[in-house]
Ligand binder design. Structure first.
Ligand SMILES: [Zn+2]
Length: 251
């Protein structure tokens, strides 16, 4: 029996988190010991739990496509974060090891601001590839949280989140390679959009690397997949760490 659009969309946030629970459990998240870690998010007076969470994009077909992409990435990366859309606050996408009460047992949480999602979708003919790339960047952060040793090494390398961000860009490029190997123009579109949008930390040069550095990391991940399609995500994570820490300046 077919579900009505309302049934499909009503529980987008909760359903995604719960649906992803059936995947292989991961090791515990990085122990923060202090205020919540939110990568890509603004750090000025930001209250993660005050966001207005939405249960649908408002377009059933888009909800289904989003759910399909999230399941694909969850299987690919081997993590199962909850995913929420939010409608207020700054235009951003972000990842946090925080687990929301409605989605217990998940590997942290990915959040995507709805206006930004719409802008990404409509900004290019293949807008869906931008959304996929942004989500892959956030999934990469979730993977960083699940490996406290790597997380600490990347953080300690610079003292800011710069190398965590560049590493996530490498992994986003890697995922784009698996998905758009025959359409490198989509990678260029993604690169432009994720570096030009927003006036927040997602594009902060001081903390996240320059646009050029981010572009180089993204391309390197994309190229790594094309050259080593037989390697798995674990190998890509290690290669990404080696690449960003050896190529970019640690200051
Ligand atoms: Zn990020």
């Amino acid at each position: 029996m077919r579900q009505s659009p309302a049934q499909i969309t009503r529980h987008l946030g909760v359903a995604l988190g719960l649906a992803l629970l059936s995947l292989t459990p991961r090791a515990a998240s990085a122990d923060t010991g202090q205020s919540p870690i939110v990568l890509c998010g603004s750090d000025a007076g930001f209250d993660l739990h005050s966001l207005t969470l939405e249960q649908s994009t408002g377009t059933p077909a888009l909800d289904r496509a989003l759910i399909q992409e999230l399941h694909a990435q969850s299987a690919f990366f081997g993590v199962r974060p909850a995913f929420y859309l939010y409608s207020d606050g700054i235009q951003n996408a972000m990842a946090t090891p925080e687990i929301f009460p409605k989605t217990p047992g998940t590997d942290g949480t990915v959040l995507y601001q709805m206006d930004l999602l719409s802008e990404h979708l409509t900004s290019a003919h293949w807008g869906g590839s931008i959304v996929a790339g942004v989500i892959a960047h956030e999934f990469a952060h979730i993977m960083q949280f699940s490996d406290p040793a790597r997380y600490s090494r990347l953080l300690d390398h610079h003292g800011t989140v710069k190398f965590l961000e560049l590493h996530a860009d490498f992994m986003a490029g890697y995922y784009m390679g698996t998905k758009f190997a025959d359409k490198p123009q989509d990678l260029e579109t993604l690169a432009r959009k994720i570096f030009e949008l927003g006036d927040n930390n997602f594009t902060s040069i001081g903390h996240h690397g320059t646009p050029e550095e981010r572009h180089v990391a993204l391309r390197a991940g994309f190229r790594y997949y094309l050259q080593h399609p037989q390697n798995d995500v674990t190998a890509a994570l290690a290669e990404g760490e080696a690449f960003v820490t050896s190529v970019f300046a640690a200051y």
